[in-house]
Design a protein around this ligand. Sequence first.
Ligand code: NZQ
Ligand code: ZN
Length: 389
Amino acid sequence: MRNFEYFNPTRLVFGKGTIAKLSELVPAGSRPLLLYGGGSIKRNGVYGQAMAALAGFQVEEFGGIEPNPQFDTCMKAVDKAKQTDRDFLLAIGGGSVLDATKFVAAAAKYRGNDAWGILKKWAPVEAAIPLGTVLTLPATGSEMNAGSVISRESTNEKLFFGSDLVRPAFSVLDPETTYSLPPIQTANGIVDAFVHVVEQYATYPGPNPLQDRQAEAILRTLIEEGPKALDRPNDYEVRANIMWCATNALNGWLSLGVPTDWAAHVIGHELTALYGVDHGTSLAIVEPGVWAHQRERKKEKLLQYGERVWDIRDGNEDDRVKKAIRKTDSFFQDSFFQSLGIGTRLSDHNVPSEACALIAKRLANRDMKVGEHADLGEKEVTEILSLRI
Ligand code: NZQ
Ligand code: ZN
């Protein structure tokens, strides 16, 4: 097993009625800034529950954080946090609001000239305003990890940074908040969680069978529970299981001591930055292409995945690998996107075929080589995307 360290200080508060606990979770005497998105929290009652719990605090608000949060919006929130002398940030929303809040926390304390450097140059984060979250969309794992992804419209960039200093002090996960999710966001979230797991699993045989089996447990649970969420959006147990899966999929646990891929994410982020494809949808497009392209090198893990996750045991090895990829592709397509009228090909999203080479070039310009061997460059990325036109 490879050496590893695990540090995860986030207190998870999971279950019905838990938003009321904000009264104890937000540090006594602090001056919180509540950050939220386009208003879903006002329509589904989450905002009301939070404000009731925060009655004893002098809360300031910053709304309007967009999906795939924008750097410029975050910097307005930084100004607000500074002008109103805030010492705690409370994010209420999906991954975008949580990620934006993490960036605001770091940017507000950044001593350099341009906080974009945190994303572009991975300028070290030396301090951050403490933060907590109330999650309303299970998908990203942002509620229990150190990562954040921020976009910049003026340059069509979508970049990642991570720091232990922006790990949430607490995250409140009440599955009832997810009843109001539009079906497409439910679908995007399940696919995102699923792909987080396989990015840390479908590589080459690792020395950590515990991590493998935990990954397989999450995948099988998502396969069983995921489709039910579209049929029965108000089923508490279904929503709760999906929420718990998504947190476990990207809280750092699955990657301990094993190789990781992340090719689908790096390529998918480009699809979002350039063509506005939703994050989860971008992964459903790209991941089957990565696997088809890399199926020889990923063979052993894809065989294991096919057998343990999809019960694929018949046929020769090549057939079984192909079947495992097909099963995954049709799980995304048939269980989620088809009923919403959405395809998992580039052409379904008006992404032109030139995008394949363009995206590959953009990554090459950043010296990015992706995959678990960090050796998939311009040629391979073009080929991977070309498989999904
Ligand atoms: O803005 P509001 O009005 O809140 O509406 C949101 C938004 O329109 C809506 N929504 C959220 N919860 C809702 C709800 N609508 C009704 N009821 C609810 N309970 O859903 C829409 C999408 O929200 P968003 O936060 O953008 O989605 P998601 O959670 O999928 O986050 C995506 C972002 O996270 C990044 C992605 O790149 C993308 O920018 N990621 C962050 C990661 C991390 N921090 O570790 C890892 C991921 O791989 C990912 O890259
Ligand atoms: Zn993701």
